[in-house]
Write a protein that binds this ligand. Structure first.
Ligand code: NAD
Ligand code: TYD
Length: 367
């Protein structure tokens, strides 16, 4: 029976991954280690938190004694490492937390896994696997043509991508130097349920619902390759269970879109949804929501285009995205409409008070 440590499991992709993992491997023991930073939200784990075989620990991946105690107590034989500081804009104004969590935190996990799984250079924990979840942003920016492959040279441009690149290199080094059983995935932009409303997709959906200005950086022609989060979770699961050790896999949606086109599509979807669902009184807006688009000063060092060649994971692990962009986007829009309390609580700061009164004491006891 596997005992899997999921770091960052209360965040956007982490919470979706835990749900996916529970459905695929109900027999496995799952321990989430999450610091519950501003981006972590224990409510994201509501569906699984009381299940047997699930365990939540509030804590920091840089806390070596804590990580050590989890490995020892839970006999961890698989790690899905998602914990990170993940927002580019925040990395520009405050890079230190990115270095601590993304680099030092990854180092702490690797060291602990090495101590528990290897003995005299040999793997003593048979079947043990460390999945490092990374991003396509480590490859830098593309021009109008071409795709990132697993062989593309690293060229990170933001403090966020630089720290993710640093962590990728550490993971690679622990394989080559010590024989730690690692797999790395580099994925494109995700969207879907539970995404914190500072990232483009939820920010646009929520502002469009509220009739608030929708900020588009620069000329809006920056291109990202969008992947629905459940498809990413499936790729992560396949890589964790079947990925070749020491390999990296690019994961992408084959769905390149310019930001401005996405924003316009979200606006029209919200116009339709508000009309169809009879929500005009809740979300009044007397003009097409496209008129809310506001071009603002560009992000410094803003990468122009990301696009993933995911043929390796398709050929070797049989993965491909199941959701078209339209389908994934509609699901996402519907989720944010149906879960207004979730994002209202976050935006108003009420979540922190709710969290303290409902979980605070209990989590302090357990951590
Ligand atoms: P997120 O910001 O939504 O969640 C990050 C989680 O990590 C939060 O729950 C937070 O509390 C936790 N965390 C942060 N610092 C921690 C620490 N020191 N110790 C323990 N927990 C800590 O991020 P996300 O979008 O879910 O991304 C998850 C992973 O996937 C990251 O490693 C990110 O680099 C990678 N990734 C994200 C995307 C994307 O589009 N969101 C794309 C490719 C790769
Ligand atoms: P983001 O969701 O922050 O992801 P990343 O920077 O990791 O790709 O941003 C996606 C794209 O949207 C990126 O090109 C920046 C742009 N963007 C805006 O135009 N306006 C916004 O308010 C945000 C948050 C992002």
């Amino acid at each position: 029976m596997r005992s899997i440590l999921v770091t960052g499991g209360a965040g956007f992709i982490g919470a979706n991954f835990v749900a996916y993992l529970r459905s695929k491997r109900p027999d496995a023991r799952v321990t989430v280690l999450d610091k519950l930073t501003y981006a972590g939200n224990i409510e994201n784990l509501k569906a699984v938190e009381k299940e047997t075989g699930f365990n939540f620990v509030k804590g920091d991946i840089t806390d070596a004694p804590l990580v050590e105690s989890i490995f020892a107590k839970e006999a961890i034989d698989a790690v899905a490492h998602l914990a990170a500081e993940s927002h580019v804009d925040r990395s520009i104004t405050g890079p230190k937390a990115f270095i601590e969590t993304n680099v030092l935190g990854t180092f702490t996990l690797l060291e602990t896994a090495k101590r528990h799984w290897l003995s005299d250079g040999a793997l003593k924990a048979h079947g043990a696997r460390f999945l490092h979840v990374s991003t396509d942003e480590v490859y830098g920016s593309l021009g109008d043509e071409g795709y990132f492959t697993e062989k593309t040279a690293y060229s990170p441009n933001s403090p966020y991508s630089a720290t993710k690149a640093g962590s990728d290199h550490l993971v690679r080094a622990y394989f080559h130097t010590y024989g730690l059983p690692v797999i790395t995935t580099n994925c494109s932009n995700n969207y879907g349920q539970y995404q914190f409303p500072e990232k483009l997709m939820p920010l646009v959906i929520i502002n469009a619902l509220k009739g608030a200005p929708i900020p588009v950086y620069g000329d809006g022609r920056n291109v990202r390759d969008w992947l629905y989060v459940e498809d990413h979770c499936e790729a992560l699961y396949l890589a964790l269970e079947h990925g070749a050790l020491g390999e990296t896999y690019n994961v992408g949606g084959r769905s390149e879109r310019a930001n401005i086109d996405i924003v316009r599509r979200v606006c029209s979807m919200i116009d339709e949804a508000v009309k169809d669902k009879g929500l005009a009184a809740l979300y009044p807006c007397d003009k097409p929501r496209e008129s809310l688009i506001t071009f603002v000063k560009d992000r410094p060092g803003h990468d122009r285009r990301y696009a993933i060649d995911c043929s390796k994971i398709e050929a070797q692990l049989g993965w491909s995205p199941r959701h078209s962009f339209e389908d994934g986007l509609q699901r996402t829009v519907d989720w944010y409409i149906a879960n207004r309390r979730w994002w209202e609580r976050i935006l108003s700061g009420e979540y922190m008070r709710f969290y303290e009164s409902n979980y605070g004491a209990r989590l302090k006891e357990r951590s």
